[in-house]
Design a protein around this ligand. Sequence first.
Ligand code: PMP
Length: 282
Amino acid sequence: VKILWNDQFVKEEDVKIGFEDRGYQFGDGIYEVIKIYNGDMFTATEHIDRLYASADKIQLVIPYTKDVMHKMLYDLIEMNELKDGQIYLQVTRGTSMRQHNFPVPAVESVLTAYTKETVRPLSQLENGVKACFVEDVRWLRCDIKSLNLLGNVLAKQEAISKDCYEAVLHRGETITEGSSSNMYGIKDGVLYTHPVSNLILNGITRQVILSCCEEIGLSVVEEAFTKSQALEMDEMIMSSTNAEVMPVISIDGQLIGNGKRGEWAEKIQVAFEKRIPSSVKI
Ligand code: PMP
């Protein structure tokens, strides 16, 4: 199995990351997770665009064109003969004597990307998952897919410790997103989700879902909803590259709708399924 390290494909034991790498010391970098279905990247262009957009927002220069990045990722999948799984990639601001400000003179960024086999969470997609409310205490640039994930890590850990799959983050009464997902509520044939802003990550799966909603005739209102409104929704779903279109059946032990995957959730899943490379049946 090969790892992409800058522009080299090397064995895991040959990757050398400095202990003064700014990703390691400051979380000074950005990342992406791209899903592979049947040996093919799903929404690769969107993920690569978001990676470069995140880089721009933190003034980090990625020394490859998007096309070269795309090709390197495809080569990695081929080399590792990956059929179903994911690519994780991150770019840090490089290795330099520890100081908060950017290195002077600038150093080369450090890219690492590797593949991992994963299985789709099919039974959870059918049966739904439990969630709990957790206060969103993250910084105000959640639009950047930054390596600084402590707020997300602590929220997810709280969810797991409560036997939940995901944390529903809220700033005061307003629901923003999940600890590693976007959140949606469906009420009377309308899907509500937090608008794209500095308070959420503009999920690629979110973009696919909004287009699925159009296809199946489910109205979309990109407006935030509150914790109490969440509990009154007919259905709730969350989405991410790995969790896909995941029904949320309870929050803090209170059932959403009838506590089962809803009809709209299933319709969105069917529409989503059609878009993934040579889909397998749920
Ligand atoms: N919000 C957060 C905080 C996330 O970490 C993720 C997963 N990367 C998402 C939303 C969903 O994004 P995507 O659909 O692009 O995986």
